[in-house]
Design a protein around this ligand. Structure first.
Ligand SMILES: *[C@@H]1O[C@H](CO)[C@@H](O)[C@H](O)[C@H]1NC(C)=O
Ligand SMILES: *[C@@H]1O[C@H](CO)[C@@H](O)[C@H](O)[C@H]1NC(C)=O
Ligand SMILES: *[C@@H]1O[C@H](CO)[C@@H](O)[C@H](O)[C@H]1NC(C)=O
Ligand SMILES: *[C@@H]1O[C@H](CO)[C@@H](O)[C@H](O)[C@H]1NC(C)=O
Ligand SMILES: *[C@@H]1O[C@H](CO)[C@@H](O)[C@H](O)[C@H]1NC(C)=O
Length: 215
């Protein structure tokens, strides 16, 4: 089952200011597909610093340090299907999502820590730390398989303790901040196929695609 999610995020952050947003994507009730063309009136669940601005953009944090904000699709979405008897083994559903974000840093040379698209079993992330923990984990639970959290991080600070590859990368996180896969942020040009770097905190709007193949 394929689900799609589309949203526009405006993120403003600053050195050690934090944030990240995320909206679980995938099948729940109905066909599990949804699109947000702006967030005004979308009925999302927000916490922390997150606000929907009058023009429909979502702002996760402001430039003040050490803050976090989360945004959730309001209804839980089904990520597992149970196989028929006798195995009853559950299988992961495939999903796709895309969203547009911008990170407006207070200084041109440094920014806050970044943001992440995430899937989590609980909307209560009050115990998660801001800054390098991206509002998803804390020093105690980072890396614990009981977290059941999948995240795609857009990370603008090199944290050696999490083995970050650089200060401008995209990483896939499973239950913790040591990414299971990471690459410098960028894209392959349609015409030449050449890889082009993108600076995540340039303030420019950028589009992210996340595709998960559960098979
Ligand atoms: C960011 O928001 C916090 C909490 O509302 C506030 O105390 C702080 O002054 C804000 N920072 C800026 C730069 O507006
Ligand atoms: C179901 O899961 C169990 C435990 O992981 C595994 O041993 C078994 O092979 C699976 N059965 C099928 C039909 O995939
Ligand atoms: C949220 O989690 C915190 C700490 O993990 C806990 O103290 C609090 O009771 C929880 N809140 C709700 C509404 O479950
Ligand atoms: C992982 O989290 C579970 C549930 O909170 C906890 O019982 C367990 O002790 C944790 N494991 C480690 C190694 O901290
Ligand atoms: C792109 O970024 C990578 C990693 O930061 C760097 O090694 C490389 O030199 C950059 N390439 C260009 C063309 O700027």
């Amino acid at each position: 089952m394929l689900a799609s999610l589309s949203f526009l995020v405006l993120l403003v952050c600053h050195f050690h200011g934090l944030s990240h947003a995320a909206v679980p994507a995938t099948a729940g009730g109905g066909d599990g597909q949804f699109v947000y063309n702006g967030f005004a009136g979308a009925g999302l669940d927000l916490d922390g610093m997150a606000v929907v601005e009058p023009d429909g953009k979502l702002m996760l944090t402001n430039v003040t340090s050490q803050l976090k904000g989360h945004v959730f699709h309001p209804a839980p979405l089904r990520f597992h299907d149970r196989a028929p008897a006798p195995t009853q083994n559950s299988t992961a559903r495939s999903f796709s999502t895309t969203f547009v974000f911008a990170i407006a840093a207070e200084y041109v040379t440094v920014s806050g820590n970044g943001l992440a698209f995430f899937v989590t079993p609980s909307k209560n992330l009050s115990a998660a730390s801001p800054s390098q923990f991206l509002g998803l984990f804390n020093n105690e639970n980072n890396g614990n398989a009981s977290n059941h959290v999948l995240a795609v991080e857009l990370d603008t600070i090199l944290n050696p303790e999490f083995r970050d590859i650089n200060s401008n990368h995209v990483g896939v996180d499973v239950n913790g901040l040591v990414s299971v896969a990471a690459e410098p942020a960028g894209y392959y040009a349609d015409d030449t196929g050449v890889f082009k770097n993108l600076s995540l905190y340039s303030g420019d709007a950028m589009q992210v695609w996340v595709d998960y193949d559960g098979q």
